[in-house]
Design a protein around this ligand. Structure first.
Ligand SMILES: NC(=O)c1ccc[n+]([C@@H]2O[C@H](COP(=O)([O-])OP(=O)(O)OC[C@H]3O[C@@H](n4cnc5c(N)ncnc54)[C@H](O)[C@@H]3O)[C@@H](O)[C@H]2O)c1
Length: 382
């Protein structure tokens, strides 16, 4: 990837200093130097500048990718075998940005080797692997954070703030969409994307966890999930590339998730929240990405309100949430506290996504009990 470093967007970072004593930086290894790995490396930059982080090693099975990243980010080491990276004594934490089927194996081995773990979403492809990751991190006394960008997206944080303020009343319906045009990538037979044994599912599993995490953050726990359609528009030989799924939340709201990897326009993300006393609309294609209407109070405004929120046009938009999630990981290590999106939250997103997969396979609405039943095992969900 061309020089991402020049595009660093700064956010507030801690400047370390302990009564004049130098505190050594957190030494980080990046495993997987594709798109997300590059976004992680970029997001560590402000923390490197603040003296809190040192990027030590880049690992990718494609040596050229690893070499390129190591050179760009002035890392001492590049390698092609992740076992070599996690064996190193000069690494305290790893960022894992690999195809989904590798997340659990690498995260578990890294935690056993005493490394803190920031692992890309979806946490793992099975519930059993999610549990193993959580247990190993606990037993090894390391932090495990799942890199769920939507939880840290400035627009999503703002939406939660508006909902929690009560300005739009009780939310009864919400819609969340991630619309991408990734056709060349997903139809490539060599690509792991949408390939069942490597991706764990299609767009519903891959991008669905984003919408599930955003919905859970803003609407609370889910009660039931019903897959409308998991469709194949371009990927006839692979998993779904379009999906519509309905989620009923315990607090009463209904959410509709729409995921597409085949739209004929530039990518965008869109959320709509309908409350008893107002509406919130968010679209990353807009210059000012959020507007909301509140009819609350005796003298409500008759105008849509447009709150201040940090925003960049797509696709740079993504760098803001990568920046925020990496900041949360670094802060949790510096402050020796649990990160805000731990393995436990990552697992709930996987549960919600797998409930959608189960619903599509057995053709009915499902709840959490169904997910852990023999009916789920029978259709290959573990
Ligand atoms: N949060 C987001 O917005 C976002 C966006 C894109 C991807 N992701 C997630 O990031 C992860 C990676 O996705 P990506 O788009 O970067 O994929 P990618 O294909 O661009 O990168 C994956 C990299 O892993 C390398 N790799 C594969 N097997 C390996 C192995 N055994 N050892 C070492 N390296 C290996 C590949 O060579 C490749 O460079 C996935 O979990 C994906 O869901 C998240």
């Amino acid at each position: 990837m061309e020089t991402l470093k020049s595009k660093v967007i700064t956010s507030k970072t801690h400047h370390r200093g302990n009564g004049g004593f130098e505190v050594p930086p957190i030494r980080v290894g990046i495993i997987g130097c594709g798109f997300a790995g590059c976004m992680h490396a970029l997001a560590y930059q402000p923390h490197i500048e603040a003296g809190n982080v040192k990027l030590v090693a880049a690992c990718d099975i494609d040596e050229e990718c690893a070499r390129k990243m190591a050179k760009e980010y002035e890392m001492d080491v590049h390698c092609t075998n992740w076992q070599d990276l996690i064996k190193r004594k000069d690494i305290d934490a790893v960022s894992i940005s690999l195809p989904h089927y590798l997340h659990a194996e690498v995260a578990i081995a890294a935690a056993k080797a005493g490394k803190h773990v920031l692992c890309e979403k979806p946490m793992a492809t099975t519930l059993e692997d999610c549990d193993k990751m959580i247990k190993t991190a606990k037993d090894s006394k390391v932090k495990l954070m799942i890199a769920e960008t939507y939880r840290f997206m400035p627009t999503m944080v703002k939406i939660k703030e508006i909902i929690d303020s009560g300005k739009v009343g009780e939310i009864f319906f919400a819609r969340g969409s991630e619309c991408l045009n990734e056709v060349p990538k997903i139809i490539d037979p060599e690509s792991w994307h949408c390939t069942p044994d490597k991706a764990g599912g299609g767009v519903w599993f891959d991008a669905g966890v984003h919408i599930c995490s955003a919905f859970r953050y803003t609407l609370g726990d889910v009660e039931t999930v019903q897959a409308g359609v998991l469709e194949h528009v371009a990927t006839k030989e692979k998993e779904d590339d379009n999906a519509i799924v309905l989620l009923k939340f315990k607090k009463g709201a209904v959410g509709e998730a729409f995921l597409s990897e085949t739209v004929g326009s530039p990518a965008f993300i869109r959320f709509e929240y309908y409350g008893t006393e107002g509406t919130i609309l968010m679209d990353t294609a807009w210059d000012r990405p959020i507007k909301f209407f509140s009819s609350k109070g005796d003298n409500p405004s008759e105008e849509w309100q447009i709150p201040e929120v940090e925003h960049l046009p797509m696709p740079q938009f993504y760098s803001l949430s990568f920046r925020e999630e990496v900041k949360e990981f670094v802060d949790s290590l510096l402050e020796n506290r649990e990160p805000k999106f731990r393995g436990e939250e990552g697992k709930v997103a996987v549960e919600m996504a797998l409930m959608g997969t189960l619903s599509s396979r057995i053709g009915r609405v499902v709840d959490l009990k169904d997910l852990y039943s023999s009916a789920a095992r029978k259709v290959g969900i573990k």
